[in-house]
Design a protein around this ligand. Structure first.
Ligand code: PEP
Ligand code: MN
Length: 332
């Protein structure tokens, strides 16, 4: 045993001995990988077993799986053929925090489509911190979203809160959103992955990048590689913003994973006037798209009015992005 440990340590690895009933295992640490045949000449070593890599596979989906672009990012098609996130064109998904009524939804849907969005967001089931707050309209909201898709051609993005809602939401939605509160919910991640729909996975507000990639792995493991990551801000000691938008995660994802990443500056700041500047910053640092809350009358919104853009504000932002995008090799 000591000989094996010495040999491992000689190659820079840590060796930790674990005994089970019938075997002695040596775990190798320190990020060093040992070739499967490295101990062929040692009669006391039965087998070298590769361990689960610490870096999830979505840190390296193979080229065939990634309908990759020259930029190395997977192109995720949201449903309608021209609605792609991860391509050269920015994928803008916009709409109200919650679906409230037909008039509200259709007005926003037409406006964001006109301004260049490819997806319509809108919550039917809302994950509220306060159990007495508006919880969403449920299935009637899904019906309205489907109607808005018919009317505009926009892809519908809406949140699924629980495993038992997955089939229902997947019947109406083009993209299933897994919210920040559920990023660690592995059974929901797996159930969403089983639908085969594209998944918008929001970062938990206290989750690390590695944990977000591992959450994506729960979806990918079900055979569904169409995962779009979403930075939506994390919780820090800072209180002048609702959350702290961690934009460095965008280039960090680009280094580690072919999955596209979009940014949600609405939840990331909590303040409507800061949404345009942070949207531009997100695009400038390489985000593949944005998730933006838009409401025809933010002051009357049932949820998240204070961070929602009104329609003229959204139109102005889209026009600014049109100017900015070419500077970073993108189009709108
Ligand atoms: C939302 O998108 O409306 C939402 C609830 O987001 P998050 O899960 O990021 O809080
Ligand atoms: Mn919201």
């Amino acid at each position: 045993m000591q000989r094996v440990l010495d040999r491992l340590r000689g190659s820079g690895a840590l060796g930790r001995v674990m005994k089970s009933a019938d075997r002695t295992l040596v775990a190798v640490g320190n990020g060093v990988s040992i070739e499967p045949d490295a101990f062929n000449d040692d009669p006391y070593v039965d087998l070298v077993v590769p361990t689960v890599p610490p870096q999830p596979a979505c840190g390296g989906i193979d080229a065939q799986q990634t309908r990759g672009t020259a930029r190395g990012t997977r192109e995720v098609c949201l449903g309608p053929a021209n609605a792609i996130v991860g391509g050269q064109r920015l994928g803008i998904i916009a709409g109200p925090c919650s679906v409230e009524d037909r008039q509200q939804l259709l007005e926003v849907a037409h406006a964001v489509k006109e301004a260049g969005a490819i997806g319509l967001r809108g919550g039917a089931f809302k994950p509220r911190t306060n159990p007495y707050s508006f919880q969403g309209l449920g299935e009637p909201a899904l019906e309205l979203l489907a109607e808005a898709r018919e009317a505009t051609g926009l892809a519908v993005v809406t949140e699924v809160l629980s495993v038992d809602q997955t089939d229902l939401v997947a019947r109406y939605a083009d993209v299933l959103q897994i919210g920040a509160r559920n990023m660690h919910n592995s059974s929901l991640l797996a159930a969403a992955g089983k639908t085969g729909k594209p998944i918008l996975l929001k970062r938990g507000w206290s989750a690390t990048l590695q944990e977000m990639l591992q959450a994506a792995e729960y979806i990918i493991r079900e055979g569904d590689s169409d995962v779009i990551l979403c930075e939506r801000g994390i919780r820090t000691f800072e209180s002048y913003v609702r959350h702290t938008l961690a934009l460095a995660v965008v280039p960090a994802v680009k280094q580690r994973s072919p999955l596209p990443i979009i940014v949600d500056p609405s939840h990331g700041t909590g303040v409507a006037v800061w949404v345009p500047p942070l949207s531009k910053a997100a695009v400038a640092c390489g985000a593949d798209g944005l998730l933006i809350e838009v409401h025809p009358h933010p002051e009357k919104a049932q949820t998240d009015g204070e961070q929602s853009l009104n329609i003229p504000q959204f139109q102005r932002l889209m026009s600014d992005l049109q100017t900015l995008a070419p500077a970073v090799g993108r189009a709108l």
